[in-house]
Design a protein around this ligand. Structure first.
Ligand code: NAD
Length: 295
């Protein structure tokens, strides 16, 4: 695998595509936003106007798009990319979307002789920049092996979750837990602050105690506690509240389909929806702290 078309050069896609360039792949980047493409070209990437024509000459398409609707339109819609990929081509979709849509694209790809894996990621923008993402892969062993060198260039851990769609299911289970951890951690920190505790000291205590978790270690939601975290930068960048709300909806949808009760996910979903209408859905998801802590 040498030539790659990368679709979706947003917060995550741009650094991932740049890492592919650094690893020696010939990468053609596309985005609806011209500035995103310009940033990619500034960092050594290539582009061209006729995406469909270019796709017929690449070994793989990697996509990193907001929702299942975008992915479905890109591959299966009018003049969809699947029909332009060469035999033995490959699709690696890294977006977080419905498992059912991943399976639909996988089935259509099989019909065209194109390999497919769903490969959603964890690790956020920092992980995308550092090339240290975790990939959760759905697809056959053979297709995963075909994609491995490409995934290695963007991540550090690659897990084979199962058949097509299984990567998406693993991802939404993880993000349901992350949302619960973020809301719970925000609640605990606010309780401490309202009772006179310093949030930095309280965070240090909880990190070494039974409440310790990833949010406290890497992504503290209180401004000023962790200089590199989005909370210390007015909740800019990071993982947008609307994307977390989307992932929670995906998790609840999967729970409804399997008749699995998800009360914690349902509550987190309502908190994120209220917060999105209240404070703005493009703030980082750790801004849920401001839902508890209002000035
Ligand atoms: P983003 O909104 O920053 O980027 C998406 C990009 O896709 C945008 O630049 C948009 O213009 C482009 N786009 C949309 N439709 C397109 C099309 N048809 N053709 C070309 N470009 C198109 O979103 P993001 O934060 O990069 O997230 C992308 C995906 O990754 C989402 O599914 C999200 O849930 C998932 N994700 C995000 C993070 C994070 O921390 N941001 C972490 C893990 C997973």
């Amino acid at each position: 695998m040498k030539k790659i078309a990368f679709i979706g050069l947003g917060n995550m896609g741009l650094p991932m595509a740049v890492n592919l360039v650094s690893a020696g792949f010939e990468v053609y980047g596309y985005d609806l936003v011209p500035d995103a493409v310009k940033h990619f070209v500034d960092k050594g990437g290539k582009t061209c106007d006729a995406m469909q024509a270019r796709v017929s000459q690449v070994d793989a398409v990697v996509s990193m798009l907001p929702t299942g609707k975008h992915v479905s339109e890109l591959y299966l819609g009018k003049d969809g990319l699947l029909s332009h990929l060469p035999d033995n081509g490959m699709v690696i979709d890294c977006s977080t979307i419905e498992a059912a849509i991943a399976r639909q694209v996988a089935t259509a790809a099989r019909g065209q002789g194109v390999a497919f894996i769903d490969a959603p990621v964890s690790g956020g923008i920092a992980g995308a920049k550092a090339g240290s993402l975790t990939f959760m892969v759905g697809g056959t062993e053979q297709h995963l092996e075909k994609a491995r060198r490409c995934l290695d260039a963007m991540g550090q851990a690659i897990f084979h979750a199962g058949a097509p769609g299984a990567g998406q299911l693993a991802k939404i289970c993880n993000n349901l837990l992350l949302a619960v951890l973020m809301t719970g951690t925000s609640e605990a920190l606010k309780l401490g602050m309202d009772n006179g505790l310093d949030p930095a000291v309280l965070s240090d205590i909880m990190k070494k105690s039974s409440g310790g978790n990833w949010v406290l270690e890497k992504y503290n939601p209180v401004p000023g506690v962790m200089p590199a975290a989005p909370a210390s930068h007015e909740y800019q960048g990071g993982f947008m509240t609307r994307l977390m709300a989307k992932d929670l909806s995906l998790a609840l949808g999967a729970g409804a389909a399997s008749k699995t009760p998800t009360p914690m996910g349902a509550l987190a979903n309502q908190l994120y929806r209220l917060h999105a209408t209240d404070a703005g859905d493009s703030l980082d998801f750790s801004s849920i702290f401001t839902f508890y802590h209002r000035d």
